[in-house]
Design a protein around this ligand. Structure first.
Ligand SMILES: Nc1ncnc2c1ncn2[C@@H]1O[C@H](COP(=O)(O)OP(=O)(O)OP(=O)(O)O)[C@@H](O)[C@H]1O
Length: 622
């Protein structure tokens, strides 16, 4: 297979010395990793093992520079003996959770990923071939046309999704690969085949790669594939060294592995302190797991094995590696944008729960509005009816967009977070992809219901009025989608995100100038600044000008009569709704679109600053 730039260089060695990771716990801090020292070398497969909650994922996150911002890290982590960041394409990370787009097939998922990750100079046929080979390696050849699946359709099984996630990260054969529980959800045969393929990678095509995998309960055969073992209990090192020597270490400390037992099962049973069980015989007397761990940790800290690890780390760090190559060629920015637009557009097209369902509900609401406000007329009652209809439309559209759109958006953001952290593409490319692929769908969900309500309700006629009316509805949908992007990028889950977005929208609606007239709004806070940053102000003001300007209403008895006084829509705007008439409705619409751009830029800024806020990129000294 032809090599791509970046594959032709040296392997990657990672060392960590006296690595402490702590999280705040009330007024104190809670240590998750306690002074770990170790290394991962090219051509070798390192297993991180230990009971659930012992810190395996945290160690992988620390080594790959992905710790979340509430976590503090101390100690040195060096790449090839240098303080340097892991550049694009140097490393891959298969996270514990599978973040995949539910509507794409396994094949499409990998083909799109290949287009993003491989350089443009590589022929399309070769990208596809690499994707096919990788799918076959992970035993997914029969699932190429199966959709990943979500709530609406059962697609890939949990184990198949796991293998697809691995495919995405091994596609480019990165020289440093982190895998968090790659075999969870797989049966023992599948676990073996998957791990064997991963083990083969460490020496494949004449390139030495470094693989670090956390793993639960490997079978004996899988365990034998690992060259090195890092065994943790409550964040402390129980053992670090060649996997094949661990048996001897346990036996020497009084915990020999019984014959015909799976060694990894044996180690994990002895060091699991979560249950009140007794450990195996330790030098003639039965000891608790707590005691067993303390014996093993102490023994390891005084052992020759530990000294060897320390010496090896020191030697590695003094070796002259040269710098890790900073960048591998990948898809150009424009190609990234185009691929992401195509991928998202396909996803939206197939996702019934997103725009299609919204469209149906919006049409039903538009028909209801049309029948309630049918042929609204020009009497005094129509003034109030027009105002409340426009306010209702604007409010309902914004809340329905949030209700229908937040869950699908969060799914996309999860995929984006995974791909961004693995450096598959630029954040700006995602934003462009998300924006342009959604525009036709946003137009659809505003145009069709907008036309229905416009004609049935008898709003002011004329192409300019129609275009403006639909444009504001479109801007409302786009503004809410932009708000959801911002909130989705900081919210830890669906419920919190919905509550925050709903709260923001509620306040903006309240101060938008309809429910309390602008001149009557209390000045500090509500009028300045909230009224002026409310999307509803610009949307409603524009819609009101569009509807009332140029019309004449009859005050008095509805439908005419001698005592009727004609009053212009402009006067109503000023006197009844306190609309600012100093600028045209197009200025209101312009400001609305500026707000949309500002929100999208805010998403960009938050996402980029989140990277900087991470406690320590892989290279930091503390
Ligand atoms: N961001 C965080 N804030 C607070 N505590 C955390 C954070 N990340 C991890 N922890 C805690 O650190 C401990 C280790 O978590 P970690 O996910 O690394 O364990 P693990 O060995 O990978 O577990 P499992 O095998 O169950 O996935 C847990 O008690 C967890 O609650």
């Amino acid at each position: 297979m032809r090599r791509i730039q970046g594959e032709e260089t040296e392997g990657v060695t990672v060392t960590w010395e006296n690595l402490w990771v702590t999280v705040p716990n009330g007024k104190n801090t809670l240590p998750i990793l306690q002074g770990l020292t170790g290394y991962a070398q090219p051509g070798r497969l390192l297993a991180i093992m230990g009971p659930s909650g012992c810190g395996k994922t945290t160690l992988l996150d620390a080594l790959s520079g992905r710790l979340s911002s509430n976590i503090k890290q101390k100690g040195n982590i060096l790449i090839n003996g240098h303080k340097q960041e892991l550049a694009y394409g140097i490393s891959g990370y298969v996270t514990q959770d599978d973040a995949l787009l539910s509507t794409l097939t396994a094949g499409e998922t990998l083909y799109y990923s290949a287009q993003l990750q491989f350089p443009d100079s590589m022929p399309v046929s070769e990208k596809k071939e690499r994707a096919d080979v990788t799918l076959r390696e992970m035993g997914l050849q029969n699932a190429i046309h199966t959709r990943v699946g979500g709530w609406s359709s059962k697609g890939l099984s949990g184990g198949q999704k796991r293998r697809l996630s691995i495919c995405i990260e091994i596609l480019t054969r990165p020289r440093l690969l982190f895998l968090d529980e790659p075999t969870s959800g797989l049966d023992s045969a599948a676990s073996y085949y998957v791990m064997r393929r991963i083990a083969n990678l460490v020496q494949k095509d004449g390139i030495q790669r470094t693989v670090v995998a956390s793993i639960h309960q490997p079978s004996s055969e899988v365990f034998e594939l690992f060259h090195d073992l890092c065994l943790l209990s409550s964040g402390e090192t129980v053992y670090f060294g060649p996997a094949s020597d661990a048996n001897q270490f346990f036996a020497l400390n009084g915990f020999p592995c019984p014959t015909l037992h799976n060694p990894s099962d044996h180690y994990l049973r002895i060091i699991n302190k979560d249950f009140e069980q007794e450990a195996e015989e330790g030098f003639g007397s039965r000891v608790t797991a707590e005691k067993a761990v303390s014996i093993l940790v102490k023994s390891y800290s005084l052992s020759q094995i530990k000294n060897k690890v320390y010496t090896e780390v020191a030697n590695i760090n003094q070796r002259d590696f040269g710098a890790v190559e900073k960048k591998r060629d990948h898809a150009a920015f424009l190609i990234q944008c185009l691929v992401l637009i195509r991928r998202s557009a396909l996803h939206y097209f197939r996702d019934l729960s997103n725009y299609w369902l919204r469209l149906i509900v919006f049409i039903a609401i538009a028909l209801s509005l049309g029948s309630i406000y049918y042929d609204i007329g020009f009497g005094v009652g129509s003034i109030q009816a027009r105002g409340s209809l426009l306010a209702f439309l604007s409010c309902l559209l914004s809340f329905m967009t949030l209700v229908g759109g937040f869950a699908p958006l969060l799914e996309e953001i999860k995929v984006f977070e995974r791909e961004r952290l693995n450096g598959h593409y630029d954040v700006t490319a995602f934003l462009i992809g998300n924006t342009f692929s959604a525009v036709p769908y946003m137009l659809l969900v505003t145009l069709v219901p907008g036309l229905i309500s416009y004609y049935l309700c008898g709003f002011q006629k004329g192409p300019e009025h129609l275009v403006y009316f639909v444009s504001v509805l479109f801007a409302i949908v786009m503004w809410v989608e932009s708000l959801m992007l911002v909130v989705g990028s900081v919210s830890p889950n669906y419920v919190i995100g919905m509550l925050i977005s709903g709260g923001i929208q509620g306040i903006m609606t309240l101060v938008g100038g309809f429910y309390r007239l602008p001149n009557d709004l209390p000045k500090p806070l509500w009028k300045y600044p909230l009224y002026y940053v409310s999307f509803q102000k610009y949307g409603l003001q524009g819609l009101f000008k569009n509807e009332f300007e140029g019309l004449t209403f009859m005050m008095g008895q509805d439908g005419g009569g001698k005592n009727n006084i004609n009053i212009s829509g402009g006067e109503i705007l000023i006197k009844t709704w306190h609309v600012e008439m100093g600028h045209s409705k197009w200025v209101d619409l312009g400001i609305f679109f500026v707000m949309i751009v500002v929100y999208r830029m805010l998403f960009l800024a938050i996402t980029k600053s989140k990277e900087k806020l991470r406690p320590a990129s892989i290279c930091c000294f503390h």
